[in-house]
Design a binder for this molecule. Structure first.
Ligand SMILES: [Zn+2]
Length: 243
């Protein structure tokens, strides 16, 4: 095989690996998203319950002061009851007390049902706090795993870059320049195989005579259409060689 062609094929193999490692590194932060989402969701739910809890606690306190104020009014009225002289006055006094007490009972009912709601909210809070904690723990673990993989991928990248340099040093300058232009233009595949008179880079036909020459791998050929470097390697499904 042509020595330069062989080097180009090997360089392409290394670059394919390097590009796939770069892809993996790039996709790592995205992997955390699926763990960040449930954490955020749980945390939002927790904040909502907290807000509900605080609002309800506040209105419960307000109702309690209202009830206390009413009780004071009732107490004051009752101390004044000694000054009552007529039956009529006494009836009016009872009516007034009754009115205040009705309101007070209503308030107390409301406070009671608020306490029940607060209790239910406390349970929900605890449940949601557990959820948030779990999601946070999972996120942390994934962040650590992603960080470990990042380190591993960067190390692999370095190894391949060192190997790459060795090949580049042996490839003729013009060829390497051509290769690099192709690599950038063709989405990472500058050197491709041929099969059954077809360029596997662009899937277009190769003239039969040129294909026969390519099969020898003695010279460097490029595809007429996509300009990629072409080489031949026996593949399953290739037509048997015609003699
Ligand atoms: Zn092509």
């Amino acid at each position: 095989m042509n020595e330069q062609l062989k080097l180009l094929i090997e360089l392409q193999e290394i670059d394919t690996v390097i590009l796939s490692i770069a892809d993996k590194i790039e996709s790592l932060p995205g992997r955390l998203e699926q763990y960040r989402a449930p954490f955020k969701e749980a945390d939002n739910a927790l904040q909502k319950i907290k807000t509900q809890f605080e609002a309800l606690s506040k209105s419960r306190k307000n109702k309690e002061s209202e009830a206390e104020e009413l009780q004071e009014k009732i107490n004051k009225l009752k101390t004044k009851s000694k000054e009552i002289k007529t039956n009529k006055e006494y009836e009016a006094f009872l009516k007034e007390i009754e009115g205040f007490e009705k309101v007070k009972f209503k308030l107390e009912d409301e406070i009671l049902s608020m306490m029940e709601s607060l209790e239910a909210l406390t349970k929900e809070l605890k449940k949601e706090e557990l959820k948030v904690g779990k999601a946070q723990e999972e996120l942390k673990q994934q962040e650590k795993a992603v960080e470990d993989e990042k380190i591993k991928f960067h190390a692999e990248m370095e190894t391949n870059k060192v190997r790459r340099k060795e090949f580049v040093a042996k490839i003729e300058g013009d060829l390497y320049e051509q290769y690099m232009n192709l690599l950038k233009r063709s989405g990472g595949a500058a050197v491709v195989q041929t099969s059954n008179e077809i360029c596997l880079g662009c899937n277009r036909n190769i003239p039969p005579q040129q294909y026969n020459d390519i099969k020898k791998n003695e010279n460097i050929f490029t595809c007429y259409y996509c300009k990629r470097f072409l080489y031949f390697k026996e593949r399953e499904g290739d037509k048997p060689q015609s003699h």
